[in-house]
Design a protein around this ligand. Structure first.
Ligand SMILES: Nc1ncnc2c1ncn2[C@@H]1O[C@H](COP(=O)(O)OP(=O)(O)O)[C@@H](O)[C@H]1O
Ligand SMILES: [Mg+2]
Length: 303
């Protein structure tokens, strides 16, 4: 049985701004295919590996987009991915929750595990993966629905209907939006500012209690004040979630992330492909990188 879901799911809909939502046709989520280790008491959070990528390469058709990526992402940390446009940051990020399944030419080689489970093994339910690993996109994409229904929609579909009011409030508080919207929950989410819409999208993601949040340049469409509030919010969220953020804003990576991965384009052999040049503590990447290419990039000599 193919594990690519062709049916509409809450998560694929979230990827499509303003698409029609039909709760009646959304699939029932299959039984859990992935066990999340509950090891809060066992190991210090910062050492627990959530994602482990070993020699991951991604192809779109014949084209090798990004090659040979190996990295570990740790629980309750913010991991940033930086690097010039086209070097495969989004590709790798979307590989972490099977978001690329909808791209027919997409092919991944190597090993990509989540809490020790192969994310690409047959039998892994991509819909369930995306329930645990939420995603926030560059452009805020609220549904053309009320603020309340934006947050309540996925929980309703997933059968989390009990105490929905409380769940909506908790998600909006978690995204630092409650105080701004509590008196207008039934009004359209499209009336919110860009920064509020992005926090709404974060609230929508956390309403179903995921394990991980992936954020792909979440502030690139926002003004500096909204950007600062999202960065503050990320610091709060990492107590409960593991965050991975793609950003082209190096200051942002330096401000928010514990670990930073620097990707670049390799043109040797006449083939352009993305590579992971260096991955280390953020302070190391920005102050004493091991690789000359990293140094050139973070000091603005290239990129
Ligand atoms: N859906 C796709 N189909 C074909 N090629 C793609 C697709 N998405 C990305 N690519 C290619 O993969 C490479 C990496 O892209 P991307 O991951 O978007 O880079 P970044 O996020 O670092 O800018 C680029 O050459 C891009 O053109
Ligand atoms: Mg990108």
């Amino acid at each position: 049985m193919s594990n690519k879901t062709q049916t509409r799911s809450p998560y694929s809909v979230m990827d499509e701004p303003h698409s029609e939502i039909d709760a009646a046709t959304a699939p029932v989520v299959a039984p859990l295919a992935i066990e999340v280790a509950d090891s809060k008491d066992e190991t210090p959070p910062s050492r627990e590996v959530v994602f482990d990528l070993r020699d991951v390469s991604v192809y779109y058709g014949q084209a090798l987009a990004v090659a040979g990526v190996s990295l570990e992402i740790h629980r309750n940390q913010i991991t940033a991915m930086i690097g010039p446009s086209g070097c495969g940051k989004t590709t790798i990020l979307r590989s972490l929750n099977r978001m690329n399944d909808s791209v027919s030419s997409f092919r991944l080689t190597g090993s990509c595990t989540y809490h020790g489970n192969d994310l690409y093994a047959s039998g892994v339910d991509a819909v369930e993966v995306r329930r645990r690993i939420g995603m926030v996109f560059q452009r805020p994409n609220p549904f053309p629905k009320s603020i309340y229904d934006n947050i309540g929609w996925a929980p309703r579909i997933l059968g989390m209907r009990d105490n929905l009011d409380e769940r909506v409030e908790k998600a909006l508080r978690g995204a630092a939006l409650w105080d701004e919207v509590k008196d207008r929950l039934k009004t359209s989410a499209l009336g919110l500012s860009g920064g509020q819409q992005q926090r709404l999208c974060i609230a929508r993601s956390i309403a179903i209690e995921p394990d991980v949040l992936l954020l792909d340049e979440p502030c690139s469409a926002l003004d500096p004040i909204s950007t600062a509030s999202i960065e503050d919010l990320m610091q709060d969220l990492k107590n409960d979630y593991t965050l991975v953020i793609v950003t082209h804003n190096m200051q942002q990576a330096a401000r928010v992330a514990e670990r930073t991965a620097f990707f670049s384009l390799d043109v040797s052999g006449g083939q352009r492909k993305g590579i992971l040049v260096e991955y280390d503590d953020t302070a190391t990447i920005f102050t004493r990188p091991a690789d000359k290419r990293t140094e050139d990039y973070v000091t603005g000599r290239f990129g």
